[in-house]
Design a protein around this ligand. Structure first.
Ligand SMILES: Nc1nc2c(ncn2[C@@H]2O[C@H](COP(=O)(O)OP(=O)(O)OP(=O)(O)O)[C@@H](O)[C@H]2O)c(=O)[nH]1
Ligand SMILES: [Mg+2]
Length: 324
């Protein structure tokens, strides 16, 4: 049993920007600490200030390199920066993301930069639940900007980027990204497209494919529309990053002017509440699983005495009864 911590003190120290306190709080999130509720309560009044930027794209497209370059750009504006590198496919933090540490090494000694790799550690509900809580920690710790990097492979990172005020989707020449991106539904979540590795052959073709893909995906929608710009970068040489920062800034202005920032943040809170609720129900059902009530209901379903919907009703009623 881990010893209980003085949450108020920990949050106080995190707010003062102490890296160890921030790290400890994020670990509590990852480990689903029993004190997390207390942590969330203590953090709440200090959140809502950070600008959240998501970066996603296929493996190796240059997300970490771009993230690191963006950190430099925001640092030169005097901002405090947090980075969450989220790998939905890895149950371990650290291991698979070792490369990220190397690429972000130049910021390792900067006290105003906090970098953290996140993993699900196998618990249910996973990143959809854990990432927003880690984000709250960084927000409360005074980060002006939080960059969330996630590998673009499927639904889970779409959920992760939904947290962001602005989402960058990275592509690179010759990786068949356009097609991958369309499959993963990543095109719709892009606020800014970045064609990285523009030093390589094929950047023109990638841009052409992308534009074609966007034209196919464009649906008729009422209300104001943001047209995601396409920016080219060579992240490994820091080229084009000013344009990316500019595009992020323009998008932010657009969000504010159209009342969309508020909307997005409300949707983020909705997703957060939902994720916590689902996680809690799952935990409860976990207790039920293999339990007496489920066993009894399963027998009745097998015997044709009741249908599975009725059985589910009874199971859920049982959960509520337990609560009362
Ligand atoms: N030629 C070229 N190489 C680049 C550029 N940007 C990044 N790279 C290289 O591409 C490789 C992958 O870069 P990362 O930044 O680790 O890519 P990533 O998207 O974070 O990779 P994962 O996190 O593993 O999905 C590294 O060897 C980088 O040095 C670029 O603009 N041009
Ligand atoms: Mg990376």
């Amino acid at each position: 049993m881990p010893r209980s911590v003085d949450v108020a003190d920990l949050v106080h120290r995190a707010q003062a920007g102490q890296p160890r306190a921030v790290a400890r709080l994020i670990s509590m999130v990852e480990d689903a600490s029993p004190q997390l509720r207390e942590v969330a309560e203590a953090l709440a009044p200090h959140t809502g200030r950070a600008q959240v930027i998501g970066l996603t794209g296929a493996p190796g497209v240059g997300k970490s390199t771009s993230t690191s370059a963006l950190v430099s750009a925001f640092r030169s504006q005097g901002k405090r920066v947090g980075v969450l590198a989220v790998d939905p496919s890895s149950p371990f933090s650290g291991g698979a993301l070792l490369g990220d540490r190397v690429r972000m090494q130049e910021h390792a000694t900067d006290e105003a930069v906090f970098i953290r790799s996140m993993a699900t550690r196998g618990h249910l509900g996973g990143l959809a639940w854990a990432t927003p809580q880690a984000l709250r920690v960084l927000d409360a710790a005074g980060c002006d900007v939080v960059l969330i990097e996630t590998v673009g492979v499927g639904q889970s990172e779409v959920e992760v980027v939904q947290l962001a005020d602005t989402t960058l989707v990275l592509l690179a020449p010759g990786m068949g990204d356009g097609i991958q991106a369309a499959k993963a539904g990543i095109l719709e979540v892009a606020d800014v497209f970045v064609i990285n590795k523009a030093d390589r052959d094929g950047a023109d073709a990638t841009e052409r494919d992308l534009k074609y893909m966007i034209s196919l995906g464009r649906r008729e929608r009422s209300g104001p529309m943001w047209r995601p710009p396409i920016v080219r970068t060579v992240a490994s040489r820091g080229e084009g990053l000013d344009d990316v920062v500019g595009a992020i800034e323009q998008h932010r202005t657009w969000l504010v002017d159209h009342g969309e920032l508020e909307q997005r943040r409300r949707r983020r809170a909705e997703a957060e509440i939902e994720a916590i609720s689902v996680e809690r129900l799952r935990t409860k059902l976990g207790y039920v699983h293999g339990g007496e009530a489920l066993d009894r209901l399963a027998k009745q379903v097998v015997a044709g005495q009741i249908d599975p919907y009725t059985a589910a009703d009874q199971l859920i009623e049982g959960l509520h009864a337990e609560e009362a």
